[in-house]
Design a protein around this ligand. Structure first.
Ligand code: GTP
Ligand code: MG
Length: 198
């Protein structure tokens, strides 16, 4: 999959106001600061298409970007940010769950996980919720530039073990990426290309 154009379309807090055409879309979700917006910039070869920040909580809305004029990448706010109240954290943000429940044109979500961290409860709960709602997703491990290959291998193995222990029959499809070094870019784009054709 080659990206020849990438343009911002619209930001929304209401799912009903998202684009109503039926173009396929792919959404990036995960804890605040995990690197969702950076990954969109990396995939599209653009520095500031999606707004990024060292501080968690930068993306607050549902952001649609149109790619090659025929499909969308969707940048979402993070979940699990400490400033969000406990109850809001538990149900995630209402419009995030609504987005996943309502967007029929969503082909697949990508749940981003920081490769450096041990499996976190909030991510496990979120993926559990996605599973229960039969929303297709892959895992994208981010910030792989921060670890040596051996440590990456070990952390992915730990993650697999945790997921199998945690009700999953198999590890979901996953990618190892770095927005700073470009690791995983070709794999992720080929995958999107493949499922876009189905
Ligand atoms: P929210 O919008 O707040 O939910 O965050 P986000 O998930 O969109 O994260 P964002 O892309 O804004 O990145 C957060 C921070 O992590 C920024 O300081 C990025 O530069 C940094 N970052 C993102 N991806 C990578 C990566 O692959 N490697 C490294 N080293 N830093 C990264
Ligand atoms: Mg963001």
């Amino acid at each position: 999959m080659k990206i020849t154009s990438a343009n911002f379309v619209i930001s929304n807090s209401e799912v009903s106001k998202c684009p109503t055409n039926k173009l396929p879309e792919y959404a990036f979700i995960g804890r605040s600061n995990v690197g969702k917006s950076s990954l969109i910039n990396m995939l599209t070869n653009r520095k500031n298409l999606a707004k990024t920040s060292g501080r968690p909580g930068k993306t607050q809305l549902i952001n649609h970007f149109i790619i090659n004029n025929n499909w969308y990448l969707v940048d979402l706010p993070g979940y699990g940010y400490a400033r969000v109240s406990k109850s809001a954290k538990k149900v995630f943000q209402k419009f995030i769950t609504e987005y996943f429940e309502q967007r029929a044109q969503l082909v697949s979500a990508f749940v981003l996980i920081d490769i450096r961290h041990e499996p976190q409860k909030v991510d496990m709960e979120f993926m559990q919720w996605m599973g229960e709602h039969q929303i297709p997703f892959s895992i994208v491990f981010t910030k792989a530039d921060k670890l040596k290959p051996k440590a990456i291998e070990r952390n992915v193995a730990d993650y697999k073990a945790k997921m199998l222990e945690d009700t999953w029959e198999e590890m979901p499809n996953y990618f190892i990426t770095s927005s700073s070094s470009g690791i995983g870019k070709d794999e992720l784009l080929s995958y999107i290309g493949e499922i876009n054709m189905e």
